[in-house]
Design a protein around this ligand. Structure first.
Ligand code: FA5
Length: 334
């Protein structure tokens, strides 16, 4: 019997050594320690032995049981620990994270700002939720003025609205600072316009304001012509078309030659050969009055360009809605 137990011990440890998986170890445990194990069978014969023999065989059997149980525990703990660590194959090439980039509108704003800062302008910003005084009154657009319709507005509550242009920032800056002033103001503006290929209810403008002594319309023309040629290339033609804005006098709409048809006439330019990108003019004396500037001493020009229109022209995009749909197939091209 003792011999049998020793044999059993040998095979049990050799099988346990070979076991690689938890299931294999469990099989060894059942085979050697379970109720129907070989050891149990052997121990059934104990009843035929003398008291001394029983004691000796029992002792050897118990030692075997304890040793194999301990060894099984050690092996299970080691395997469990190994399984806790994710199996990493450090030789597999990594997965590259997709990298985002600047939105084409932001990129266009940066380009516009770069050009004007190189001409000596400072970049400033103003609030999108604006007071009537800044959006209208101080810009010479009183409540009953018909021009107020042209700047149709989203109202938030009494005397608080979503600005319909970036021109209010002209007033905010002039209220605080004395000339000379040379600023540009990029930002979002809002209008309840019907959305189509060239109109959105939210879009971006860049405002410009230069105030000093002896500023003339030729300074305005020169500055905007330099800007547009830097933006679109030397070939672009620039046109100042007479227009009306309550806050400038004289006023002009700013057109550039149509990129689609090269001025032959097409749907995009409504067969005119020109595309409007903004408005401009000499600061109206009424605006100077509103900010307590002496309009005999100072003069200035102002302009406001539509960023989406400029980006559309620059990149040949025929629908403004593409900028706001967040379609990565479109955005990744810039
Ligand atoms: C203005 O907003 C004046 N504040 C510009 C100005 C500033 C004139 C300073 C004189 C002195 P206007 O409403 O024309 O002007 O808008 C300027 C530009 O914004 C337009 O030429 C166009 O490029 C763009 N724009 C106007 N409405 C929309 C719209 N719904 N969606 C996209 N772009 C628009």
């Amino acid at each position: 019997m003792l011999k049998e137990i020793k044999e059993l011990q040998k095979t049990a440890f050799s099988e346990l050594n070979k076991a690689q998986l938890l299931e294999d170890i469990e099989k060894v445990r059942i085979k050697y320690l379970g109720r129907k194990s070989k050891l149990s069978q052997i121990l059934k014969g104990l009843k035929d032995l003398t008291v001394e023999q029983k004691a000796e065989v029992g002792k050897v059997a118990n030692i075997f049981k304890r040793k194999i149980s301990q060894e099984i525990e050690v092996k299970i703990t080691a395997l469990n620990e190994a399984n806790l660590w994710p199996k990493i194959d450090i030789t597999i090439p990594g997965i590259k994270n997709a990298r985002g980039h600047i939105h084409p509108i932001t990129k266009t704003i940066y380009e516009i700002c770069d050009i004007f800062t190189s001409l000596g302008f400072n970049v400033v910003e103003g609030p999108e939720a604006e007071k009537e005084r800044y959006n209208f009154e101080a810009l010479n657009i009183p409540l009953d003025h018909p021009a107020r319709d042209a700047f149709d507005t989203f109202y938030l509550k009494d005397d608080l609205l979503l600005r319909s242009h970036t021109s209010p920032v002209q007033v905010r800056v002039m209220e605080k600072e004395k000339p000379p002033i040379a600023i540009i103001v990029p930002g979002k503006v809002y209008r309840p316009d019907a959305v189509d290929a060239t109109h959105s209810f939210m879009f971006h403008q860049v405002e410009g304001l230069l105030v000093d002594k002896n500023i003339t319309f030729s300074d305005l023309k020169g500055t905007l012509s330099v800007f547009l040629r830097k933006m679109f290339g030397k070939e672009v033609k620039v046109r100042f078309r007479p227009h009306f804005f309550p806050f400038t006098e004289p006023s002009a709409d700013l057109d550039v030659s149509c990129f689609v048809c090269n001025q032959k006439g097409c749907r995009v330019c409504s067969d005119t050969g020109w595309l409007e990108v903004g408005g401009a003019g000499m600061v109206d004396p009424e605006v100077f009055k509103a900010v307590n500037y002496d309009y005999d001493e100072f003069s200035g020009f102002a302009f406001g360009v539509g960023v989406e229109r400029i980006a559309m022209l620059k990149y040949g995009i025929n629908d403004i809605r593409l900028f706001f749909e967040n379609d990565y197939r479109f955005l990744k091209q810039f």
